[in-house]
Design a protein around this ligand. Structure first.
Ligand code: GLN
Length: 537
């Protein structure tokens, strides 16, 4: 079968869940035995979201090959269990950078460089780069933004051209919104009609419409939309608000989204998707009665997307343990010695979040001291792990001014210090220690037990590291370095074996946690939290 290209566009408003629809479709195609990948095109000028504040764009996701990516790639991986790479996320900035580099090299042989054809050709090259690997039957391309945005025009123009160049092998799924006007008690189709018209004006006829809605859309209304929008009636499906995003693949399958797509692309249809493991997960999720209460200490707690992968990893781990996740966000800037007991009371476990910079850091130390001395199961991730180290240095080793040189460049006790290879770096974009690195775990440690093996690989995003000059002092006092990079000896994991479960990882275990392959470390942490919760009560 020729590689098929499916484009997912959105209209009316943003945040309709294009990423979830793309992921759900990929999940269904994969369950039918196809090889699928999803890519995201973001219309902003940043080269990647690595330099963006989480308040702007939510979490920055990291791929195995060390690309700082849009958080939708996290959904793609969680739904498909297929690793993404740099090729799966492209921004306008990267497109322009590559065209300008070519122009400077003289590749355009004296031609005037223009949006059409040069920018659109570069977009098409990126769309097809994954197809050319021969590794995939379907490439699903999500176009960020909303139809009508000036910024997404070149992407849509590239889609239009590809539809003519690869006719039978391309398909467009357009996601729109059907609002419910409460005062009139009516669903309204007009925004959808307008949005499709806008797409048609750009020369793109959608093949499938997915209607995001808060209420069921009657069959008659769907037929009306099909009629007005030039789409076959069976190709209008609704995406009603669901209690969990993980239900969406099943809801899409019930409306035959995968069948419609395969039929329109003349792809083999005989196999039904094998969704059994997925259904098992949903059953566990929907039948869990008892809860496990986890506190997430961080400074971006006002924005749920800022810690997306951690939320999902916790949720998956809780589900596999047969529990409902009760996640409490705790603002690290608001934690003091006076209120910490009250703020962390009732929690079965605490996660201290990753992050950058000074803001909210002292609250993390206070929270960690409380968790350590009260023996609460605790997981520190990246900056969270570094905070564990600093808190231990200050309060157990008695190094009162211990710090990370990120927060205090002149600290007399730089227990966390800038990595050697980072010292000559001045450009902030894409220059951290990024992506998957090997880690060797100490036999008999809690982490080795959690993973069930001693050689693992996890993803990273940091510039600072545990300062090995202090290793002996920490180990003597009870904080053990139980995971390290086998080549550089960079400390990847610390733990307090004397405690119930107190582990810090320099890596981010949340990035590799998926629905069908949840993170062993999160599972072990949540398991310890459940045990502690039961003991407490
Ligand atoms: N700011 C820390 C560092 O750069 C931790 C980064 C993180 O938590 N992702 O090392």
């Amino acid at each position: 079968m020729e590689t098929k290209y499916i484009f997912v566009t959105g209209g009316v408003v943003s945040s309709l869940g294009k990423g979830i629809i793309a992921s759900s479709l990929a999940c269904l195609l994969k369950a039918r035995g196809f090889r699928v990948t999803i890519q995201k095109f973001d219309p902003y000028i940043n080269i990647d979201p690595g330099t963006l504040n989480p308040y702007e764009h939510g979490e920055c996701y990291v791929t195995v090959d060390g690309h700082e990516a849009d958080l939708d790639l996290g959904h793609y991986e969680r739904f498909t269990n297929i690793a993404t790479t740099r090729a799966n996320n492209v921004t306008t900035g990267r497109i322009y950078q590559s065209v300008i580099d070519k122009e400077r090299r003289g590749d355009y042989l004296g031609k005037t460089v223009q949006i059409i054809p040069h920018i659109t050709d570069e977009i098409k090259r990126c769309v097809m780069a994954l197809g050319k690997t021969g590794k995939f039957d379907f490439i699903i391309t999500e176009i960020g933004g909303v139809v009508g945005d000036i910024e997404s025009l070149p992407f849509l123009e590239a889609v239009r051209q590809m539809r003519w160049e690869y006719e039978d092998d391309t398909l467009c799924v357009h996601l729109t919104y059907v609002p419910y006007i409460a005062a009139a008690k009516e669903l309204k189709t007009k925004p959808t009609q307008h949005s499709v018209k806008q797409l048609q004006q750009l020369g793109i006829q959608p093949d499938v419409l997915v209607l995001r809605t808060e209420h069921d859309i009657p069959a008659e209304m769907r037929r009306k939309i099909a009629r007005f929008c030039n789409v076959s009636p069976n190709a209008v499906v609704q995406s009603k608000d669901a209690p969990s995003i993980y239900r969406i693949p099943v809801l899409m399958h019930e409306q035959h989204l995968d069948d419609i797509v395969l039929r329109k692309l003349h792809a083999p249809l005989e196999k039904e998707p094998d969704m059994e493991p997925w259904h098992d997960f949903l059953t566990a999720m929907e039948t869990a009665e008892k809860k496990v209460t986890i506190g997430l200490v961080g400074k971006y707690v006002e924005l749920q997307d800022a810690y997306k992968s951690i939320n999902e990893a916790l949720f998956q781990a809780a589900t596999y343990a047969g529990r409902r996740l009760d996640l409490k966000y705790i603002h690290s800037e608001k934690i003091t010695h006076e209120n910490v007991g009250e703020k962390l009371a009732g929690l079965d476990g605490v996660v201290v979040a990753p992050g950058f910079g000074q803001r909210g850091i002292e609250g993390k130390f206070v929270a960690l001291e409380w968790c350590r001395t009260h023996d609460v199961p605790t997981l520190g991730i990246c900056l969270g792990m570094q905070c564990m180290v600093i808190e231990f240095a200050r309060n157990v080793l008695g190094l009162k001014d211990a710090n990370s040189t990120e927060m205090d460049p002149h600290t007399p006790h730089n227990v966390i210090d800038l990595m050697e290879e980072q010292k000559s770096i001045h450009n902030m974009g894409g220059t951290m220690r990024l992506g998957a690195y090997d880690c060797r775990l100490k036999e008999g440690s809690r982490v080795a037990e959690a993973y069930g093996r001693t050689d693992i690989s996890e993803r990273h995003r940091h510039r600072f590291e545990f300062n090995n000059d202090y290793r002996e002092a920490f180990e003597k006092a009870g904080m053990k370095c139980v995971g390290e990079n086998p080549e550089t000896h960079l400390v990847e994991v610390v733990e307090l074996p004397e405690k119930r479960w107190y582990v810090g990882t320099q890596y981010h275990p949340e990035y590799q946690s998926t629905v069908l392959a949840p993170s062993p470390l999160f599972k072990s942490f949540v398991g310890a939290a459940i045990e502690y919760g039961e003991e407490k009560n």
